[in-house]
Design a protein around this ligand. Structure first.
Ligand SMILES: *[C@@H]1O[C@H](CO)[C@@H](O)[C@H](O)[C@H]1NC(C)=O
Length: 455
């Protein structure tokens, strides 16, 4: 799977016109057909500016077969949960088993080359820094370490193994394999040519015997792009799709300003890419009818504006880089990384703008405009307070609180909000949750001790 890049694009053009006898791509089709397989799509661009994808070769009704691939033509991957280990086992088979190598030669020859895919495992620190997103860079480095660890473990026994080769195969396994097909993780020829879509029009099935099937989930017009849902509710976040599959989600209006997973309040490094809403409506607090809700909004505003401020280049610089970068592998990869950070900046700015607009609708938090500016200084970069409506007693009281008290108070409110957002269990992994929790606990403990002594 994975976004169809240069290599595959060439491949599929061939499927379309089958004028490329002797090519790796034609060999793949011939091989599939010889095994009883059928492929009713070709590769091409659904529109001039679109990425390449699988295009239906005729109209299909819902439930109709789009392709059938012999189970024997799929490659079963072993190695448990570790993709790098699975990649090593595959390379090992290819190296040591001549009949395996012969059997799958047409499939493997049609796989993209290392220069045509973005392999997180192989990205050096310098390129990772282009993301301007430390949380994401850490995740990428941990994937790189995983591949390096597998390499170190096996290099003694497998002198033929090279790290770049393992990194490339690991990325192919991650982006193109199907996790649970007939009980196994598998690479499946032809199915791996379909792009991802949240609302896909194809799904994978099996006929209980010797074939894996690609089936239409709804009526499909001739020439329409066929898509699969790689992972439900995850890949609409640009950092998830980039890190897991090496592409950025196509940006329809709905996702053009969708926050990255790392910027969601529920983000956890231990489980970074979990399904999330299709919009940011629930993640960006804009309802602020109580003082507690306002503290949440201030806290989130503060957090997201700091994330934006920490990205060193301006959007204009990024745009120039993304447009100016010419061809070549390194350039192509760099452009993708720059496009990611552009998207992230746009999404952060949009989230901040929504909070500012919501804030402007509210009566002032602390009485007359500017009344509590001095106190709020430690809490947040405050959105401009527009209204001069009289403050409620709670708000007036809040305005009298010293900042030192306001910050733990804000943390506590944020904490309550996050409990509602993400549930209690995973909260302990988050420093902004853990710190107020530990401080609160310590204060309670001391208060209790003080009370005991007084008695
Ligand atoms: C070698 O590959 C063939 C063809 O896939 C397979 O049947 C056989 O089990 C493999 N041998 C070993 C030792 O893995």
């Amino acid at each position: 799977m994975g976004r169809l890049l240069a290599t595959i694009s060439a491949l599929v053009a061939l499927i379309a016109c089958s004028s490329a006898e002797g090519s790796a791509e034609q060999a793949l089709l011939d091989w599939l057909e010889a095994g009883g397989g059928q492929v009713h799509f070709r590769v091409g661009r659904p529109c001039a500016a679109c990425e390449r994808g699988a295009l239906a070769s005729r109209a299909f009704a819902a439930g109709e077969e789009l392709a059938r691939i012999p189970v024997a033509a799929s490659v079963v991957l072993r190695g448990g949960d570790s993709l790098a280990e699975a990649a090593f086992r595959l390379l090992d088979q290819l190296h040591s088993n001549a009949s395996f190598r012969r059997a799958f030669a047409p499939f493997l020859a049609a796989m993209p080359a290392a220069g045509d895919v973005l392999a997180v495992e192989a990205l050096p620190d310098g390129e990772l820094a282009e993301l301007q997103t430390p949380a994401l860079e850490r995740l990428a480095r941990s994937k790189r370490r995983e591949a390096q660890a597998v390499y170190s473990r096996h290099k003694q026994a497998a002198a033929w193994l090279s790290l770049p080769e393992l990194q490339h195969m690991t990325s192919l396994v991650r982006t193109r394999s199907f996790a649970k097909l007939l009980g196994r993780r598998r690479l499946v020829p032809a199915f791996d040519m379909l792009n991802h879509h949240e609302d896909a029009n194809a799904r994978v099935a099996d006929d209980g015997s010797a074939f894996l099937l690609l089936v239409a989930t709804r009526p499909i017009a001739a020439g329409e792009e066929l898509t699969l849902q790689y992972k439900a509710g995850v890949l609409h976040r640009p950092d998830a799709s980039l890190l897991l599959y090496g592409f950025l989600p196509p940006a329809p209006e709905s996702s053009a300003t969708l926050l990255s997973a790392v910027d969601l309040p529920s983000f956890m490094a231990a489980n970074p890419f979990k399904p999330s809403d299709a919009t940011d409506d629930r993640s960006v607090p804009t309802a602020a009818d109580s003082w507690a809700a306002r503290l949440v909004m201030l806290g989130e505003y503060d957090r997201l504006s700091r994330a934006l401020a920490a990205m060193p280049t301006s959007a204009e610089q990024d745009k120039a880089l993304a447009e100016g970068a010419a061809g070549g592998t390194a350039e192509w990869r760099r452009r993708l990384l720059v496009q990611f950070r552009l998207h992230r900046k746009r999404a952060l700015r949009a989230a901040l703008a929504r909070m500012e607009a919501a804030w402007a609708q509210l009566p002032a938090l602390c009485g007359p405009p500017g009344g509590c500016a001095a106190h709020a200084g430690s809490l947040a970069v405050r959105p401009a307070v527009a209204s001069s409506a009289p403050a409620s007693p709670v708000e007036a009281a809040l305005g009298l609180l010293p900042p030192a008290l306001l910050t733990p108070l804000g943390s506590a409110v944020l904490w309550g909000w996050k409990v509602r957002q993400i549930g209690a269990a995973p909260l302990l992994a988050q420093p902004d949750i853990l710190v107020p929790l530990v401080c609160g606990g310590a204060m309670l403990f001391m208060a209790k001790r003080g009370g005991l002594r007084m008695r």
